[in-house]
Design a protein around this ligand. Structure first.
Ligand SMILES: Cc1cc2nc3c(=O)[nH]c(=O)nc-3n(C[C@H](O)[C@H](O)[C@H](O)COP(=O)(O)OP(=O)(O)OC[C@H]3O[C@@H](n4cnc5c(N)ncnc54)[C@H](O)[C@@H]3O)c2cc1C
Length: 460
């Protein structure tokens, strides 16, 4: 590939913060709010024009893992409960007590955008939208500043502690900290996917809705559609005048722009194939339309930092607790086929119908889990240890959300939004406490962190 030399230049440092949170998704926004509430000058940098990450840009819903495994007992409260309560006041989520009775917290993405704007403003977070973090400046192993690219040009934001909540561990990677990528076998992460909303829906009796879903499933068996499930009538959001479907699948790397480009067009094509089919073949759906596809395709797993501890599949399945537990998770080892195979393939387990046709299954089947070994014990949860947020190399870096240190199996449980929000609250609080104490994040008194999180309403 030909190359050109980019000339070096002086760039302005437009902010000097205590805590710089990189990425405004479920791992990032709680980190910024928590750090600012604990007195840190906090900057939150986000490439989109709103906060929420995949909760808004991916239309992903509902927020999972707010309760213990297969139970209604809360395991995450703190900022998640506060956000849900504020969303409820806007008509954008059920009341907290009602949400505990459901498998996830349904919410309206537009209400979430507004709620997060308000909460960041109230906490004094300096939010920078439309700001892409392009590079990292280091001094020895430590991060000195992140280099941003915006319509205003190339600039820098300096800080004391940096929180990598980019989902893809962009900051760790660019700072030269070790990272992993997907499963050890071939580096592939779980497949990506995209939510879409359909409007123009008729009122359907339950039996007719089932019939039509079965029709789509039948067409999937015949190879007409590349979906992994037929549930296009799903309604996971607070508003019931449109569907919210999670059926698409694309195998690629979210840290590769060419893959992301292909993925966007591919999932849109799949959605329109379904809509054309429904209009032509199901009389009740003659007027169905695509209300929206998610603004970006959703990555489930890509780069993650290497920390002193990596959350594992056994930790998830056995519901392990740690002395340095700073968040709780209950989602299970939910691995969407990394090769992007669709119906009848869903999860990467030893029962996968691909069997030996899949190179991973052929090589690893003796070590693969069965479906019965994916879940934490009923009514239980696992802890996320603080060590999984630390980098083994970069002393002023914390990871949050889906780029913490975890194995492929561990991340398949920890990546859901309820857990990411709990991790984010812990990361932001830890950054602020470390700065107050004048210590590195790796030297923080973790029991003091846990006490602070409890005082802030978190369950640890
Ligand atoms: C198809 C699909 C279905 C899912 N279903 C569910 C579900 O039903 N329930 C659930 O709870 N979870 C679900 N998840 C998982 C969940 O959405 C994610 O794991 C979660 O959003 C991760 O949060 P995060 O903050 O770590 O990353 P993200 O949500 O990806 O947020 C990262 C943020 O960082 C920003 N960013 C990234 N790089 C840069 C950069 N270089 N400069 C500036 N900004 C940057 C991004 O714009 C984004 O806002 C699903 C995921 C997918 C893909």
């Amino acid at each position: 590939m030909p190359t050109i030399r980019e000339p070096s230049r002086e760039i302005p440092v437009i902010a000097e913060a205590d805590v710089v949170v990189c990425g405004g998704g479920p791992g990032g926004f709680p980190a910024a709010i928590a750090a600012a509430r604990h007195g840190s000058r906090t900057v939150l940098i986000e490439r989109h024009g709103y906060l929420g990450g995949l909760a808004t840009a991916g239309l992903v819903a509902p927020i999972l893992a707010h309760t213990a495994s297969e139970s209604h007992t809360p395991i995450v409260e703190g900022l998640l409960k506060e956000i849900t309560t504020r969303l409820h006041a806007l008509g954008g989520a059920p009341a907290w007590e009602d949400a505990l009775q459901e498998w996830g917290i349904r919410f309206d993405a537009e209400a979430l955008k507004h709620t997060l704007d308000e909460m960041c403003a109230e906490a004094g977070v300096q939010v920078m939208f439309h700001t892409q973090i392009a590079a990292v400046a280091t001094e020895g192993d430590a991060i000195q500043a992140v280099i941003i690219e915006t319509k205003s040009g190339r600039q820098a934001v300096a800080g004391k502690v940096f929180i990598d909540a980019t989902g893809d561990a962009d900051i760790a990677h660019r700072a030269g900290a070790p990272t992993t990528h997907g499963r050890a076998f071939d580096g592939r992460g779980e497949s990506m996917g995209s939510f879409f909303h359909l409007g123009g829906l008729p009122e359907l009796a339950e039996e007719r809705a089932r019939e039509i879903t079965e029709l789509i499933e039948h067409e999937m068996e015949d190879g007409r559609f590349a979906f992994y499930n037929p549930h296009f009538l799903g309604k996971n959001t607070e508003h019931q005048d449109h569907t919210s479907a999670n059926m698409t699948r694309f195998s690629g790397d979210s840290d590769n722009a060419a893959d992301m480009t292909r993925g966007e067009a591919y999932v849109r094509k799949n959605v329109w194939e379904l809509v054309r089919y429904l209009r032509a073949n199901v009389p009740e759906f003659a007027d169905v339309y695509v209300q929206q596809t998610s603004p970006q395709i959703g990555p489930r797993e890509s780069r993650q930092i290497v920390g002193p501890y990596a959350l594992s599949g056994d930790d998830v399945h056995l519901g392990l607790k740690f002395e340095d537990g700073i968040a709780r998770g209950s989602w299970w080892i939910d691995i969407h086929c990394p090769l992007g195979n669709t119906y009848p393939v869903h999860l990467c387990t030893v029962e996968c119908p691909q069997g030996a046709d899949c190179p991973y299954w052929a090589a690893e089947n003796e070590r693969m889990r069965s479906k019965a070994e994916l879940y934490p014990p009923k009514g239980d949860w696992y802890d996320i240890p603080y060590r999984a947020l630390l980098s083994i190399k970069t002393p002023n870096l914390l990871a949050s959300g889906r780029c913490i240190s975890a194995t492929h199996e561990g991340m398949a449980g920890a990546r859901v939004m309820g857990t990411c929000i709990a991790i984010g609250q812990a990361a932001g609080t830890a950054a602020a406490l470390a700065i107050q104490a004048g210590v590195l994040v790796g030297e923080l008194d973790v029991q003091a962190l846990r006490e602070t999180l409890r005082a802030d309403g978190q369950l640890v």
